[in-house]
Design a protein around this ligand. Structure first.
Ligand code: FMN
Ligand code: ATP
Length: 142
């Protein structure tokens, strides 16, 4: 049994999220997704939706076996509990593979780190970014 971890904010789901999670699932047998706590999202605007709502929507996707709310203080706590064979980073995530590998080794966690591929638009109007969905809402409804 090869457990895979994917992680992210997942605020307002779109097909790019489904692509990432499907890519991650293809690297193993059981997909666990860690949902970033709003308080830990510091590299961009805070999510619109509550932590629990983002977790529940991700958990409802067919490709996902389990969705977990992230730890508030230590990102390695859920990893130790899940004990994955591989952690899959999103194609555009700012985390660097070497840094995460070094931190895992320091904690004695033996797992691979891989990166998912991007999903390109399949038709002109497809919106593949939460930020762009929010921009469109502002543009069309405000
Ligand atoms: C390996 C890994 C584990 C993570 N675990 C947690 C966690 O336990 N709690 C949490 O709030 N965020 C966790 N994060 C998410 C980060 O806090 C960060 O917000 C997230 O990667 C943002 O991704 P996105 O905005 O591209 O979706 C983790 C990130 C990585 C790379
Ligand atoms: N178009 C896409 N193709 C593949 N993966 C994607 C795509 N959009 C998002 N992801 C992945 O989904 C995960 C969660 O992404 P996140 O919640 O940051 O969404 P986002 O749409 O990129 O957000 P924002 O527009 O606010 O930056 C990340 O790993 C990210 O790489």
């Amino acid at each position: 049994m090869r457990r895979v971890i994917a992680q992210g904010t997942f605020d307002i789901l779109h097909p790019g999220h489904v692509h990432y999670l499907s890519d991650a699932k293809a690297m193993g047998d059981e997909l666990h997704v860690i949902i970033a706590r709003g308080e830990n999202v510091t590299h961009k605007a805070k999510p619109i939706l509550d932590d629990r709502q983002r977790r529940d929507m991700v958990a409802a996707l067919d490709v996902v076996d389990e969705a977990h709310l992230g730890d508030p203080d230590d990102i390695f706590v859920p990893i130790e509990e899940i004990d994955p064979s591989v952690i899959v980073l999103g194609y555009d995530q700012h985390h660097d593979e070497a840094g995460i590998k070094a931190a895992l080794a320091e904690r004695g966690i033996d797992c691979e780190v891989a990166r998912a591929t991007p999903r390109d638009q399949t038709y002109d109007e497809e919106v593949l970014s939460t930020g762009r969905i929010i921009d469109r809402i502002i543009e069309r409804r405000c």
